[in-house]
Design a protein around this ligand. Structure first.
Ligand SMILES: [Zn+2]
Ligand SMILES: [Zn+2]
Ligand SMILES: [Zn+2]
Ligand SMILES: [Zn+2]
Ligand SMILES: [Zn+2]
Length: 316
């Protein structure tokens, strides 16, 4: 779509008009047949046609080229009125600098910049459109200005909501929310602690049963050891008794020996006499220590035999 011819001040060369819309070329392109068009106009034409709209020569998008440089220069030097002329803008400038002006034209309509603050969604923002030159005045009275509550509750309020704002109600809602949040957190912590305790308890029970088993085993070992000790004590008692008996036997034997020595020489051919004498002259008690009860009983038999012989000798 080109620029309305009416907006131009002074004569406009017909070669600078679009062959489609008949207005002054906007972002112009040129066909090989040298006919020129606004780029939007020729693009939409070529969607349904494959020829130049002026002379019907074959044409496609790929063969379109920029306008000759001299024509572009002519075009950019054309004097045009601001698009906001109807609102009162009296600006007339070259087509080249038109965009720069219109971007900051004081008569252009702009949207209010109050979007309602961070607490309100974008679409709830101020719907007002004002001329750029009136924006500041509007902002100072815009219903969508946001500011902190003047009563100090800390809420950010839109001017539009301020009349209905109730600090106590707002704060109560907030406290309720915080309380619910806190309860939630407490419950969460409680559940976590409980599960941790539970696992600890299970662990302790396991350990306890292990310890119990160990104690039972130790008890068994202890009773076996006690048994052994009792047996050893019994054996020790027996051994002591044997030693006492052996001591007695030795004394008797020594006595017997003495008797035999004092007896008449006919009795000296006794077969056991020399052996017993050797024994008796050795270190006292040592040969008898550590010898089992079987040997002791043999000795006792020998002793009996010796006693008998000695009596026979005395009788003779
Ligand atoms: Zn056009
Ligand atoms: Zn043509
Ligand atoms: Zn303007
Ligand atoms: Zn506003
Ligand atoms: Zn308040």
């Amino acid at each position: 779509m080109g620029f309305d011819l009416e907006r131009f001040v002074g004569y406009v060369n017909e070669g600078l008009l679009c062959c489609v819309c008949r207005d002054v070329l906007e972002r112009p392109l040129q066909a090989p047949c040298e006919h020129a068009f606004c780029s939007a106009c020729i693009s939409s034409w070529l969607v349904h046609h494959h020829s130049c709209p002026e002379d019907r020569l074959a044409l496609d998008v790929g063969s379109l080229k920029p306008l000759y440089r001299y024509m572009r220069n002519d075009l950019s030097r054309l004097q045009i009125r601001c698009v906001n002329a109807a609102q009162g803008c009296e600006m007339v400038c070259s087509l080249e600098s038109l965009h720069t002006h219109e971007d900051e034209c004081e008569f252009a309509y702009v949207s209010c910049s109050n979007t309602g603050g961070e607490y309100v969604c974008y679409y709830c923002g101020c719907p007002v459109q004002v001329e750029r030159r009136g924006l500041e005045a509007h902002l100072s009275e815009c219903n969508f200005r946001s500011r902190e509550c003047p009563n100090g509750c800390g809420h950010i309020l839109l001017t539009i909501d301020q009349s209905q704002h109730n600090c106590v109600a707002e704060l109560r809602t907030e406290v309720e929310m915080l309380r619910a949040e806190m309860l939630c957190k407490v419950e969460e912590v409680r559940r976590e602690m409980e599960s941790r305790l539970d696992s600890q308890r299970r662990h302790m029970v396991q350990k306890e049963s292990l310890l119990r088993n160990e104690v039972e085993e130790l008890k068994g070992q202890l009773s076996r050891v006690m048994c052994d000790i009792r047996a050893l004590l019994g054996a020790e008692r027996l051994r002591r008794q044997e030693v006492v008996e052996a001591e007695l036997e030795k004394r008797e034997l020594l006595e017997l020996l003495r008797e035999l020595r004092n007896a008449p020489p006919e009795a000296s051919h006794l077969p056991l006499h020399s052996a017993q004498a050797t024994h008796a002259s050795g270190p006292p008690s040592s040969p008898l220590l550590g010898e089992g009860p079987r040997k002791g009983s043999t000795r006792s038999l020998t002793l009996d035999c010796l006693k008998r012989k000695s009596r026979e000798v005395t009788v003779i």
